[in-house]
Design a binder for this molecule. Structure first.
Ligand SMILES: Nc1nc2c(ncn2[C@@H]2O[C@H](COP(=O)(O)OP(=O)(O)OP(=O)(O)O)[C@@H](O)[C@H]2O)c(=O)[nH]1
Length: 306
């Protein structure tokens, strides 16, 4: 290796002096083995962002290769968990002595999970977008976990309007007739019996929670499972007809506006004692070409903002 290469990060004058909040790299390709409770260690293909602050006002720049190589170690020689992320953050700071006293790593990846069908006992893969952000400041680490949960939402307004049409059709059909249970039963099984159906839409809950700084392990599966259990109509992987019928029943029994979904999840996160959270509910409408959106935060001082 050539020994006299210029190292401008150390020696060149800054064009203009001043502190910077974050300097680093985005979109770093980083496969790694992710560890989380109730999950066999799983290889994920993450995109990483790695940052330190630059508090030395006249320093030309940070040493990006040092951040990159610390991440590479995480990818090739370790498994990703709170301990190894803490080590990488520590390396970010110690390798920037005099330059930086804050560091941040963000991982964005899809977590594949085996999901069971509703009734038929089959199973299939479903991928969940995850963002894990870890920050060290004043020697304290904080972790934020964001997951996206996709579900189906059936419009309560549309359901009520459809029911009215069904009642009207019933009146027309059976106006003068003595009702026979058999006739009504048969009629209900026809398209004319259920003359209107409410619209439903694919919907996504984006949920960000702040984790305790002293956690020993991540627990993404529990967060996803709890959210899906609360929403009741998560999109399905393996589906046989009996599963589809159960899904139709669940949709009919869990009609919701985006406000309903947001309130349910807010109450759930409160009950689970997260120190802070942010959520955005997106109903990708099938009635409209635009979306219905609801946002909520815990609302603590200095916490997440809506
Ligand atoms: N600070 C900084 N570096 C950049 C930027 N864009 C590219 N780089 C490159 O990042 C590379 C790595 O920088 P350093 O970490 O200082 O590399 P190095 O001097 O070989 O590593 P050390 O010997 O550990 O200091 C350099 O080749 C820079 O040119 C930028 O906008 N800012």
């Amino acid at each position: 290796m050539q020994t006299n290469m210029p190292d401008i990060a150390d020696t060149a004058p800054a064009l203009q002096t001043g502190k910077l909040d974050w300097v680093g790299m985005g979109e770093i390709e980083l496969p790694f083995i992710f560890e989380s409770r109730d999950l066999s260690p799983v290889t994920v293909n993450a995109k990483a962002r790695a940052f330190v602050n630059l508090h030395k006002e006249d320093a030309k720049g940070i040493h990006m290769s040092r951040l990159f190589l610390a991440l590479d170690l995480l990818s090739t020689e370790q498994q990703v968990n709170p301990q190894t992320i803490a080590q990488a953050l520590d390396t970010f700071i110690t390798s920037h002595e005099g330059l930086s006293d804050k560091a941040q790593i963000e991982f964005k990846f899809e977590l594949p999970l085996r999901r069971k069908s509703l009734l038929s006992g089959k199973a299939g893969w479903k991928s969940y977008p995850v963002v894990l952000t870890s920050t060290i400041e004043n020697n304290v680490i904080s972790y934020e976990l964001t997951v996206d949960v996709t579900y189906s939402s059936t419009c309560p307004c549309s359901a009520a309007l459809a029911r009215q049409l069904i009642q009207n059709a019933f009146n027309e059909k059976f106006n003068q007739e003595t009702l026979s249970q058999k006739d009504v039963h048969e009629w209900l099984g026809t398209t004319q019996g259920i003359v209107a159906t409410p619209h439903s839409q694919r919907s996504i809950a984006n949920v960000k929670v702040k984790l305790d700084s002293n956690i020993q392990e991540f627990d993404v599966v529990t967060l996803i499972n709890t959210l899906e259990a609360e929403l009741k109509t998560p999109v399905q992987a393996a589906v046989k007809r009996e599963d589809e019928q159960e899904f139709a029943r669940l949709n009919g029994q869990n009609l919701m506006f985006c406000e309903d979904a947001a309130r349910k999840i807010k109450a759930l996160l409160e009950a689970n004692n997260y120190s802070d959270y942010w959520l955005q509910i997106n109903h990708y409408e099938s009635l409209h070409a635009h979306d219905a959106v609801a946002i909520a935060v815990k609302g603590i001082k200095g916490g997440y903002k809506a």
